[in-house]
Ligand binder design. Structure first.
Ligand SMILES: [Ca+2]
Length: 183
């Protein structure tokens, strides 16, 4: 009888220990979940911040989403390259550069068969084509036999029929602006 009592006490003790441990594990998990939820809320908040910064900066409804970014395409007015930089800035954006081939294809679908300035030039260093907006190395898709730097005076990049060409920056072309300065 005494033995049975001891066995029962040990069993009860083990059981209690198990319950306490399970409870503490559950509390741990709850705390972890809460931390993850807080982090997600922070990320969402910072995304909202970026969005509202953009929406007040870029002038709606001129900018249109094409692929993952926002662009403004002006197929009616013509500008020198310098004027194009100012015109895009006045709209709250930057003269556009292209992220990659996918984005180029998507933009090209929106264009007439006209010539558009892009925010790309090699004016700082010959052959070093950078984005005006981000200062980063630009994605390039040249037309056949370009860039040829004709007359030693072609430092700015145009987009024509989904391909690029270097031109004198003083030429007057249509423009493409981007809302961000990431590319
Ligand atoms: Ca050329």
């Amino acid at each position: 009888m005494l033995k049975l009592g001891i066995y029962l006490s040990v069993a009860l003790f083990a059981c209690t220990l198990f319950v306490v441990q399970a409870k503490s594990l559950q509390d741990d998990n709850k705390e972890r979940l809460k931390r993850i939820e807080d982090q997600q809320a922070d990320i969402h908040q910072s995304e909202l911040g970026t969005y509202s910064e953009f929406s007040t900066k870029a002038s709606w409804p001129n900018f249109k989403q094409i692929g993952s970014r926002y662009f403004y395409i002006d197929s009616s007015s013509k500008y020198t390259w310098e004027e194009a930089v100012s015109a895009c800035r006045d709209l709250g954006g930057c003269i556009a550069a292209i992220k990659d081939q996918e984005e180029l294809d998507a933009i090209a679908e929106e264009l007439d068969a006209k010539r558009y300035w892009l925010g790309i030039n090699d004016r700082t260093r010959w052959g070093d084509y950078v984005s005006e907006a981000s200062g980063k190395k630009a994605f390039l898709k040249w037309q056949r036999a370009e860039p040829n730097n004709e007359g030693n005076n072609e430092r700015c990049i145009e987009l024509l029929n989904a391909e690029m060409n270097d031109l004198p920056c003083s030429y007057k072309l249509n423009i493409i602006c981007q809302a961000d300065n990431n590319v």
